[in-house]
Design a protein around this ligand. Structure first.
Ligand code: RFL
Ligand code: PHB
Length: 393
């Protein structure tokens, strides 16, 4: 027996994109149902983003979910760049008038799930077999099976593909209708979480001849640190001792002040730039990592996802209120214009701050010249500051 249910919007994925979309649609009186592949526990355990732009904070405010964020976040006025141990700070707030904040993706996800549950939002967890149909019609459908074995057919006016890079939504678009652009990088990031105070108040991006390192944080007592790892390496290749030796060395003198300890989490992530165009196919609208990936240098992935979701929620609300297709038709083009600028910044900072195995002395000198130019140039620092704090939405 197939159970039939309906909602105005079917949302695939209960990551930050899907949860925020559901919450914003609710604020406009629009119903949605979320279908998620994995369990609530696993979604809440993911350690990912930490640095949020102003527009992301505004998105949480619009969603009515920013109370804990405002109480617990750590505002940052600047960001530090380091090259072979030499450092300088870009005064982001002095240049742009705005700050970024530290507030983990784990907390964002928790706040959004709590808000969704408090108002009785339907989230189907642990449904791994979602299939999309009728995308070319005005009555698309999502079929899936619950963990209890119940088969559900969800009818909607719109499907939102918020199911990340490995999701089903993008795969449901005929290949001939997609254009994909991709750059993979010859390295990954090994990240650890450790219960020790952060080495500096601000985030540090360090290019060292041994490889990249990044010092970030989750709170005044919890640090998030990364080092560049080689392709194919796994966490087992990185003993705790090897990590601390590499990390502290790559930070130069500041490295001597790092408080080390046993990591409470260790993971490795590949780096990639990816865009799939358009971000719409019929009644399917893509948002977040399902449509694009940025390398984490610059901390843009979640922020870009939230920019998509805010734009999409407004388009859907205008369509719902007016019945006009026009707001929906503009979504992909407008979202992609911003996506490519953020792709550019993430690619730029990745290119400037990492050791590439194929680089000759020429490229290494180009990186050094770029660093020296930015350090001495107000224009150069302004370019980095206005991207870091978040481009206008
Ligand atoms: P997500 O988070 O991948 O969520 C997608 C959800 O969809 C589910 N799903 C499905 N559900 C139903 N059916 C299917 N067939 C499905 N397939 C998948 C998944 O289980 C999941 O729950 O995508 P979303 O919501 O678009 O959010 C994107 C962000 O998670 C991502 O961009 C950021 O984490 C990127 N990122 C950072 N972004 C920042 O803005 N600032 C940062 O400081 C930052 N640091 C990072 C990062 C990502 C990292 N990794 C591990 C990739 C640091 C790292 C190390
Ligand atoms: C983090 O805090 O996890 C973080 C910070 C800056 C980045 C990426 C990740 O560029």
């Amino acid at each position: 027996m197939v159970k039939s249910i309906d909602a105005t919007v079917a949302i695939i994925g209960a990551g930050p994109s899907g949860l925020l979309l559901s919450q914003l649609l609710h604020q406009s009186g629009i119903s949605s149902v979320i279908v998620e592949r994995t369990s609530k526990k696993r979604v809440l355990e993911r350690i990912r983003a930490g640095i949020l732009e102003r527009g992301t904070v505004e998105g949480m405010e619009e969603a009515g979910c920013a109370e804990r964020l405002h109480a617990e976040c750590i505002p940052h006025d600047g960001v530090i760049l380091s090259f072979d141990g030499e450092q300088f700070e870009i005064p982001v707030k002095a240049i742009t008038g705005h700050q970024v904040i530290v507030y983990g993706q784990t907390e964002i996800t928790k706040d959004l799930i709590d808000a969704c549950e408090a108002r009785g939002q339907r989230i189907y967890w642990d449904c791994a077999d979602a299939e999309l149909a009728g995308l070319d019609s005005n009555a698309p459908q999502v079929g899936f099976t619950t963990p209890d074995g119940e088969t559900i057919s969800l009818s909607a006016d719109i499907i939102a593909g918020c199911d990340g890079f490995h999701g089903i939504s993008r795969q449901s678009i005929p290949a001939a209708r997609l254009r994909e652009f991709e750059r993979t990088y010859p390295f990954g990031w090994l990240g650890i979480l450790v219960d020790q105070p952060p080495v500096a108040h601000n985030v540090i991006y360090a290019n060292h001849q041994d490889g990249f390192a990044l010092a970030s944080m989750r709170s005044e007592t919890r640090s998030r640190y990364y080092v560049q790892s080689a392709p194919g390496e796994s966490v087992d290749d990185w003993s705790t001792e090897r990590f601390w030796e590499a990390f502290t060395h790559r930070l130069g003198d500041l490295g001597k002040q790092v408080k080390t300890g046993e990591p409470i989490e260790k993971s490795i992530a590949p780096l990639r730039s990816y865009v799939s165009e358009p971000m719409r196919h019929g009644r399917l609208f893509m948002a977040g990592d399902s449509a694009h990936i940025v390398p984490p240098t610059g901390a843009k992935g979640l922020n870009l996802a939230f920019a998509d979701v805010r734009r999409l929620s407004r388009a859907i609300a205008q369509w719902h209120a007016s019945g006009s297709e026009e707001p929906l038709e503009g979504y992909s083009i407008e979202a992609l214009a911003r996506v490519w600028k953020v792709e550019r910044f993430s690619w730029y900072l990745t290119s400037m701050m990492h050791q590439f195995p194929e680089h000759s002395g020429f490229e290494k000198n180009m990186q050094r010249a770029e660093f020296d130019y930015i350090r001495a140039s107000e224009a150069g620092q302004t370019m980095i500051a206005e991207n870091y704090v978040g481009l206008p939405f």
